[in-house]
Design a protein around this ligand. Structure first.
Ligand code: SF4
Length: 165
């Protein structure tokens, strides 16, 4: 099962290119200045079977889409369900790149099986004191845009430098 709040069919602010963005419901943190406070509550959102969620996402993909982004909330509190969804997406459409936003650091989650299905991880909680609206695809300077396959190979977080969007 997956618990989600919303799906945006065409986003250009949640990763490179045009993307489908899924906002998963629930987050254990309460970052001051959270961009989506309504998604912290575990009671909100709607529950859907993983297979149905996968199909829902894939029906929104067109030839112009670069990939799918999972944001929230905290997607990694639903690791088991998300693993099933991402595995099915990768099997069905291996060319789509998968971005996941998380409040965990890469070092905290790098051993999760889920990592093998993720292309880019934007990691770390939002920290109000480090807020920087000039940064592409993230809200605070502590957050990193990480190339997950290369980082797993190397055994350390390798950041992707994105100068402008
Ligand atoms: S991790 Fe993200 S969703 Fe959760 S409280 Fe922090 S900013 Fe909000």
């Amino acid at each position: 099962m997956i618990k989600y709040a919303d799906i945006i069919g065409e986003s250009m602010v949640d990763g490179t290119g045009i993307r489908v963005t899924a906002f998963l419901q629930g987050c254990p943190r309460a970052c001051e200045g959270c961009h989506n406070p309504g998604l912290q509550n575990y009671e909100g959102g709607q529950v859907i079977q993983e297979k149905d969620f996968t199909n829902l996402l894939l029906t929104k993909i067109t030839p112009v889409h670069a990939g799918i982004t999972f944001s929230g909330g905290e997607p990694l509190i639903q690791q088991e369900g998300l693993f099933n969804v991402l595995s099915a997406v990768k099997t069905n459409s291996p060319g789509l790149d998968i971005w996941v936003y998380t409040g965990y650091t890469f070092e905290e989650v790098k051993h999760s099986p889920l990592m093998k299905c993720i292309d880019v991880l934007v990691d770390g909680p939002f920290i109000l004191e480090q807020k920087d609206l000039s940064l592409p695809f993230r809200g605070s300077a502590n957050q990193r845009i990480i190339d997950v396959p290369e980082s797993l190979k190397k055994g350390e977080a390798l950041e992707i430098e994105i100068l402008c969007v």
